[in-house]
Ligand binder design. Structure first.
Ligand code: NAD
Length: 295
Protein backbone atom coordinates (compact mmCIF):
# COMPACT_ATOMS: atom_id res chain seq x y z
CA UNK A 1 0.00 0.00 0.00
CA UNK A 2 1.21 3.48 -0.88
CA UNK A 3 1.47 6.80 0.93
CA UNK A 4 -0.74 9.23 -0.98
CA UNK A 5 -0.85 13.02 -0.67
CA UNK A 6 -4.31 14.25 -1.72
CA UNK A 7 -4.80 17.98 -2.34
CA UNK A 8 -8.20 19.56 -3.07
CA UNK A 9 -11.06 17.98 -1.15
CA UNK A 10 -14.06 19.67 -2.77
CA UNK A 11 -17.19 18.14 -4.30
CA UNK A 12 -15.10 15.72 -6.34
CA UNK A 13 -11.80 15.46 -4.44
CA UNK A 14 -13.50 14.76 -1.09
CA UNK A 15 -15.27 11.53 -2.12
CA UNK A 16 -12.35 10.50 -4.35
CA UNK A 17 -9.96 10.77 -1.38
CA UNK A 18 -12.37 8.71 0.76
CA UNK A 19 -12.23 5.92 -1.83
CA UNK A 20 -8.42 5.99 -1.79
CA UNK A 21 -8.56 5.63 2.02
CA UNK A 22 -11.03 2.73 1.66
CA UNK A 23 -8.59 0.98 -0.71
CA UNK A 24 -6.19 0.77 2.24
CA UNK A 25 -3.64 3.45 1.35
CA UNK A 26 -2.23 5.93 3.85
CA UNK A 27 -3.74 9.22 2.69
CA UNK A 28 -2.45 12.62 3.84
CA UNK A 29 -5.01 15.23 2.90
CA UNK A 30 -4.97 19.01 2.46
CA UNK A 31 -7.46 21.68 1.38
CA UNK A 32 -7.64 25.43 1.94
CA UNK A 33 -10.93 24.76 3.82
CA UNK A 34 -10.26 23.26 7.23
CA UNK A 35 -13.73 21.64 7.33
CA UNK A 36 -12.94 19.62 4.22
CA UNK A 37 -9.84 18.22 5.96
CA UNK A 38 -11.88 17.39 9.10
CA UNK A 39 -14.40 15.50 6.99
CA UNK A 40 -11.64 13.34 5.50
CA UNK A 41 -10.01 12.74 8.89
CA UNK A 42 -13.37 11.41 10.14
CA UNK A 43 -13.14 8.87 7.28
CA UNK A 44 -9.60 7.71 8.07
CA UNK A 45 -7.45 10.32 6.29
CA UNK A 46 -4.49 12.03 7.98
CA UNK A 47 -4.57 15.83 8.25
CA UNK A 48 -1.65 17.63 6.61
CA UNK A 49 -0.64 21.16 7.68
CA UNK A 50 -0.04 22.31 4.11
CA UNK A 51 0.06 20.99 0.58
CA UNK A 52 3.82 20.58 0.95
CA UNK A 53 3.28 18.56 4.13
CA UNK A 54 0.81 16.28 2.30
CA UNK A 55 3.17 15.76 -0.65
CA UNK A 56 6.70 15.67 0.77
CA UNK A 57 6.85 11.99 1.76
CA UNK A 58 4.17 10.69 -0.62
CA UNK A 59 4.68 7.92 -3.18
CA UNK A 60 1.78 9.38 -5.16
CA UNK A 61 0.43 12.95 -5.12
CA UNK A 62 -3.13 13.53 -6.39
CA UNK A 63 -4.61 16.99 -6.96
CA UNK A 64 -8.25 17.90 -7.69
CA UNK A 65 -8.39 21.69 -8.08
CA UNK A 66 -10.68 24.19 -9.85
CA UNK A 67 -8.52 25.43 -12.74
CA UNK A 68 -5.15 25.56 -14.50
CA UNK A 69 -4.05 28.59 -12.51
CA UNK A 70 -4.54 26.68 -9.23
CA UNK A 71 -2.61 23.69 -10.58
CA UNK A 72 0.33 25.76 -11.88
CA UNK A 73 0.47 27.71 -8.60
CA UNK A 74 0.49 24.55 -6.52
CA UNK A 75 3.25 22.75 -8.41
CA UNK A 76 5.37 25.53 -9.91
CA UNK A 77 4.87 29.07 -8.68
CA UNK A 78 3.64 28.99 -5.06
CA UNK A 79 5.97 30.08 -2.27
CA UNK A 80 6.78 26.43 -1.61
CA UNK A 81 5.92 24.74 -4.93
CA UNK A 82 5.31 21.02 -4.71
CA UNK A 83 7.86 20.28 -7.45
CA UNK A 84 10.49 21.44 -4.93
CA UNK A 85 9.34 19.14 -2.12
CA UNK A 86 8.14 15.86 -3.70
CA UNK A 87 10.29 12.74 -3.75
CA UNK A 88 12.09 12.22 -7.11
CA UNK A 89 10.40 8.85 -7.65
CA UNK A 90 6.88 10.08 -6.72
CA UNK A 91 4.07 9.89 -9.28
CA UNK A 92 2.07 13.13 -9.51
CA UNK A 93 -1.49 12.82 -10.85
CA UNK A 94 -3.51 15.95 -11.56
CA UNK A 95 -7.19 15.04 -12.00
CA UNK A 96 -8.47 18.62 -12.25
CA UNK A 97 -10.11 19.67 -15.52
CA UNK A 98 -7.73 22.32 -16.85
CA UNK A 99 -6.54 23.69 -20.19
CA UNK A 100 -4.33 21.28 -22.08
CA UNK A 101 -1.65 23.97 -22.62
CA UNK A 102 -1.14 24.39 -18.86
CA UNK A 103 -1.15 20.61 -18.34
CA UNK A 104 1.59 20.21 -20.98
CA UNK A 105 3.61 23.16 -19.62
CA UNK A 106 3.51 21.87 -16.04
CA UNK A 107 4.43 18.38 -17.30
CA UNK A 108 7.41 19.79 -19.25
CA UNK A 109 8.66 21.56 -16.11
CA UNK A 110 8.30 18.27 -14.20
CA UNK A 111 10.20 16.41 -16.94
CA UNK A 112 13.05 18.93 -16.73
CA UNK A 113 13.32 18.26 -13.01
CA UNK A 114 13.22 14.49 -13.49
CA UNK A 115 9.71 14.25 -11.97
CA UNK A 116 6.65 12.29 -13.11
CA UNK A 117 3.53 14.41 -13.75
CA UNK A 118 0.43 13.08 -15.54
CA UNK A 119 -2.93 14.64 -16.39
CA UNK A 120 -5.91 12.46 -15.51
CA UNK A 121 -9.21 14.38 -15.65
CA UNK A 122 -12.41 12.53 -14.89
CA UNK A 123 -15.93 12.05 -16.14
CA UNK A 124 -18.80 10.80 -14.00
CA UNK A 125 -19.58 13.73 -11.71
CA UNK A 126 -20.03 13.75 -7.95
CA UNK A 127 -22.16 10.58 -8.04
CA UNK A 128 -19.36 8.75 -9.85
CA UNK A 129 -16.79 10.14 -7.40
CA UNK A 130 -18.83 8.84 -4.43
CA UNK A 131 -19.49 5.45 -6.03
CA UNK A 132 -15.89 5.02 -7.23
CA UNK A 133 -17.06 4.60 -10.81
CA UNK A 134 -15.34 7.57 -12.48
CA UNK A 135 -13.82 7.37 -15.95
CA UNK A 136 -10.22 8.65 -16.01
CA UNK A 137 -8.62 9.96 -19.23
CA UNK A 138 -4.90 9.86 -18.73
CA UNK A 139 -2.20 11.81 -20.57
CA UNK A 140 1.07 10.03 -19.76
CA UNK A 141 3.88 7.81 -21.01
CA UNK A 142 3.19 4.06 -21.10
CA UNK A 143 5.20 3.48 -17.92
CA UNK A 144 3.51 6.34 -16.06
CA UNK A 145 0.10 5.08 -17.16
CA UNK A 146 0.73 1.58 -15.78
CA UNK A 147 1.81 3.08 -12.45
CA UNK A 148 -1.14 5.53 -12.34
CA UNK A 149 -3.73 2.90 -13.27
CA UNK A 150 -3.22 0.88 -10.09
CA UNK A 151 -4.07 3.94 -7.96
CA UNK A 152 -6.83 5.33 -10.19
CA UNK A 153 -8.66 2.00 -10.00
CA UNK A 154 -9.50 2.78 -6.37
CA UNK A 155 -11.56 5.77 -7.61
CA UNK A 156 -12.77 4.71 -11.03
CA UNK A 157 -14.04 1.91 -13.21
CA UNK A 158 -12.72 2.88 -16.63
CA UNK A 159 -9.13 4.07 -16.86
CA UNK A 160 -8.14 5.15 -20.39
CA UNK A 161 -4.68 5.96 -21.72
CA UNK A 162 -5.64 8.89 -23.99
CA UNK A 163 -2.08 9.53 -25.22
CA UNK A 164 0.96 11.61 -24.13
CA UNK A 165 0.94 14.58 -21.74
CA UNK A 166 -2.15 16.82 -22.22
CA UNK A 167 -4.10 14.11 -24.09
CA UNK A 168 -6.29 13.42 -21.05
CA UNK A 169 -7.41 17.06 -20.96
CA UNK A 170 -8.10 17.08 -24.71
CA UNK A 171 -10.17 13.87 -24.47
CA UNK A 172 -12.16 15.34 -21.57
CA UNK A 173 -12.90 18.54 -23.56
CA UNK A 174 -13.96 16.57 -26.66
CA UNK A 175 -16.34 14.47 -24.56
CA UNK A 176 -17.91 17.37 -22.70
CA UNK A 177 -18.29 19.45 -25.86
CA UNK A 178 -20.16 16.54 -27.47
CA UNK A 179 -22.25 16.08 -24.31
CA UNK A 180 -23.28 19.76 -24.34
CA UNK A 181 -24.37 19.48 -27.99
CA UNK A 182 -26.35 16.31 -27.24
CA UNK A 183 -28.01 17.94 -24.23
CA UNK A 184 -28.95 21.16 -26.06
CA UNK A 185 -30.16 19.25 -29.12
CA UNK A 186 -32.27 16.88 -27.06
CA UNK A 187 -33.83 19.75 -25.07
CA UNK A 188 -34.54 21.59 -28.33
CA UNK A 189 -36.31 18.57 -29.88
CA UNK A 190 -38.31 17.83 -26.72
CA UNK A 191 -39.45 21.44 -26.42
CA UNK A 192 -40.55 21.55 -30.07
CA UNK A 193 -42.51 18.32 -29.66
CA UNK A 194 -44.24 19.50 -26.48
CA UNK A 195 -45.08 22.91 -28.01
CA UNK A 196 -46.78 20.97 -30.77
CA UNK A 197 -48.91 18.90 -28.41
CA UNK A 198 -46.75 15.81 -27.83
CA UNK A 199 -46.29 14.14 -24.45
CA UNK A 200 -42.55 14.47 -23.53
CA UNK A 201 -42.45 10.88 -22.23
CA UNK A 202 -43.97 9.49 -25.44
CA UNK A 203 -41.66 11.60 -27.62
CA UNK A 204 -38.67 10.48 -25.54
CA UNK A 205 -39.63 6.82 -26.09
CA UNK A 206 -40.02 7.38 -29.83
CA UNK A 207 -36.61 9.07 -30.15
CA UNK A 208 -34.98 6.43 -27.91
CA UNK A 209 -36.07 3.76 -30.38
CA UNK A 210 -35.27 5.87 -33.44
CA UNK A 211 -32.17 7.42 -34.96
CA UNK A 212 -32.17 10.36 -32.49
CA UNK A 213 -31.28 7.96 -29.64
CA UNK A 214 -28.40 9.23 -27.51
CA UNK A 215 -26.91 9.14 -23.97
CA UNK A 216 -29.04 12.10 -22.79
CA UNK A 217 -32.28 10.30 -23.69
CA UNK A 218 -30.98 7.04 -22.20
CA UNK A 219 -29.67 8.33 -18.87
CA UNK A 220 -30.30 12.02 -18.27
CA UNK A 221 -33.58 13.21 -19.78
CA UNK A 222 -33.77 17.03 -19.35
CA UNK A 223 -37.58 17.20 -19.34
CA UNK A 224 -38.94 17.13 -15.75
CA UNK A 225 -40.46 13.81 -14.61
CA UNK A 226 -39.93 11.88 -17.81
CA UNK A 227 -37.23 9.98 -15.90
CA UNK A 228 -37.02 9.73 -12.12
CA UNK A 229 -33.76 10.00 -10.18
CA UNK A 230 -32.17 12.59 -12.50
CA UNK A 231 -31.69 16.33 -11.79
CA UNK A 232 -34.55 17.40 -14.14
CA UNK A 233 -36.99 15.65 -11.79
CA UNK A 234 -35.44 17.38 -8.78
CA UNK A 235 -35.71 21.01 -9.85
CA UNK A 236 -32.31 20.65 -11.58
CA UNK A 237 -30.48 20.30 -8.24
CA UNK A 238 -27.31 18.17 -7.92
CA UNK A 239 -25.58 16.69 -10.97
CA UNK A 240 -23.15 18.69 -13.13
CA UNK A 241 -23.42 22.46 -12.81
CA UNK A 242 -24.03 24.86 -15.71
CA UNK A 243 -20.98 26.79 -14.41
CA UNK A 244 -18.74 23.74 -14.89
CA UNK A 245 -20.13 22.93 -18.35
CA UNK A 246 -19.54 26.55 -19.34
CA UNK A 247 -15.97 26.32 -18.04
CA UNK A 248 -15.35 23.10 -20.00
CA UNK A 249 -16.78 24.62 -23.18
CA UNK A 250 -14.36 27.55 -22.76
CA UNK A 251 -11.49 25.04 -22.58
CA UNK A 252 -12.86 23.25 -25.66
CA UNK A 253 -12.99 26.54 -27.61
CA UNK A 254 -9.34 27.21 -26.64
CA UNK A 255 -8.34 23.83 -28.08
CA UNK A 256 -10.42 24.52 -31.20
CA UNK A 257 -8.67 27.87 -31.78
CA UNK A 258 -5.18 26.64 -30.95
CA UNK A 259 -5.44 23.62 -33.23
CA UNK A 260 -7.47 25.25 -36.01
CA UNK A 261 -10.17 22.56 -35.70
CA UNK A 262 -13.60 24.01 -36.48
CA UNK A 263 -16.15 23.55 -33.69
CA UNK A 264 -19.30 25.44 -34.75
CA UNK A 265 -21.60 23.13 -32.79
CA UNK A 266 -19.49 23.50 -29.66
CA UNK A 267 -19.42 27.29 -30.13
CA UNK A 268 -23.21 27.35 -30.43
CA UNK A 269 -23.57 25.20 -27.30
CA UNK A 270 -21.21 27.57 -25.46
CA UNK A 271 -23.40 30.56 -26.48
CA UNK A 272 -26.52 28.77 -25.24
CA UNK A 273 -24.89 27.94 -21.91
CA UNK A 274 -23.61 31.55 -21.62
CA UNK A 275 -27.16 32.87 -22.04
CA UNK A 276 -28.52 30.34 -19.58
CA UNK A 277 -25.78 31.13 -17.03
CA UNK A 278 -26.37 34.89 -17.40
CA UNK A 279 -29.93 34.36 -16.16
CA UNK A 280 -28.57 33.16 -12.82
CA UNK A 281 -28.67 29.43 -13.60
CA UNK A 282 -24.96 28.71 -13.04
CA UNK A 283 -25.48 26.52 -9.96
CA UNK A 284 -28.21 24.37 -11.60
CA UNK A 285 -27.53 21.05 -13.31
CA UNK A 286 -26.59 21.44 -17.00
CA UNK A 287 -29.79 19.68 -18.14
CA UNK A 288 -31.62 22.84 -16.99
CA UNK A 289 -30.77 24.23 -20.47
CA UNK A 290 -34.30 22.84 -21.08
CA UNK A 291 -35.62 25.99 -19.37
CA UNK A 292 -33.85 28.26 -21.84
CA UNK A 293 -36.00 26.76 -24.60
CA UNK A 294 -39.16 26.79 -22.49
CA UNK A 295 -38.64 30.42 -21.47
P1 NAD B 1 -14.65 22.35 -5.79
O1 NAD B 1 -14.61 23.81 -5.99
O2 NAD B 1 -15.78 21.73 -5.08
O3 NAD B 1 -13.30 21.84 -5.07
C1 NAD B 1 -12.04 22.38 -5.30
C2 NAD B 1 -11.30 22.36 -3.97
O4 NAD B 1 -9.95 22.73 -4.19
C3 NAD B 1 -11.87 23.33 -2.93
O5 NAD B 1 -12.21 22.62 -1.76
C4 NAD B 1 -10.73 24.32 -2.70
O6 NAD B 1 -10.65 24.78 -1.37
C5 NAD B 1 -9.54 23.45 -3.04
N1 NAD B 1 -8.33 24.21 -3.37
C6 NAD B 1 -8.17 25.22 -4.27
N2 NAD B 1 -6.87 25.61 -4.28
C7 NAD B 1 -6.21 24.85 -3.39
C8 NAD B 1 -4.86 24.78 -2.94
N3 NAD B 1 -3.91 25.58 -3.43
N4 NAD B 1 -4.54 23.87 -1.99
C9 NAD B 1 -5.49 23.05 -1.48
N5 NAD B 1 -6.78 23.07 -1.85
C10 NAD B 1 -7.13 23.95 -2.80
O7 NAD B 1 -14.51 21.71 -7.27
P2 NAD B 1 -14.94 20.23 -7.73
O8 NAD B 1 -16.35 20.22 -8.15
O9 NAD B 1 -14.43 19.25 -6.74
O10 NAD B 1 -14.08 20.13 -9.08
C11 NAD B 1 -12.66 19.93 -9.06
C12 NAD B 1 -12.20 19.73 -10.50
O11 NAD B 1 -12.90 18.61 -11.06
C13 NAD B 1 -12.51 20.93 -11.41
O12 NAD B 1 -11.42 21.10 -12.27
C14 NAD B 1 -13.77 20.49 -12.16
O13 NAD B 1 -13.89 21.10 -13.43
C15 NAD B 1 -13.55 18.99 -12.27
N6 NAD B 1 -14.78 18.18 -12.40
C16 NAD B 1 -15.87 18.45 -11.62
C17 NAD B 1 -17.02 17.67 -11.77
C18 NAD B 1 -18.24 17.93 -10.92
O14 NAD B 1 -19.30 17.37 -11.23
N7 NAD B 1 -18.14 18.71 -9.86
C19 NAD B 1 -17.03 16.61 -12.69
C20 NAD B 1 -15.88 16.34 -13.43
C21 NAD B 1 -14.75 17.13 -13.28
Amino acid sequence: MAVIGFIGLGNMGGPMAINVVKAGHTVKVFDLFADAIKQLVSQGGLAAKSAADAASDADVVISMLPSGKHVEDLYVSAEKPLFEVVKKEALIIDSSTIDAATAKRVCAIADNRGLNFVDAPVSGGVAGAVAGTLAFMVGATDAQFIQAKSILQSMGQNIFHAGPSGAGQIAKCCNNMLLSVLMAGTAEALNMGVKNGLDPAVLSQIMLQSSGNNWVLQKYNPYPHVMEGVPSSNDYQGGFQVDLMYKDLGLAMDISHQSGSPAPMGAQAKSLYAMHKSKGNGPLDFSSIMRLYQD
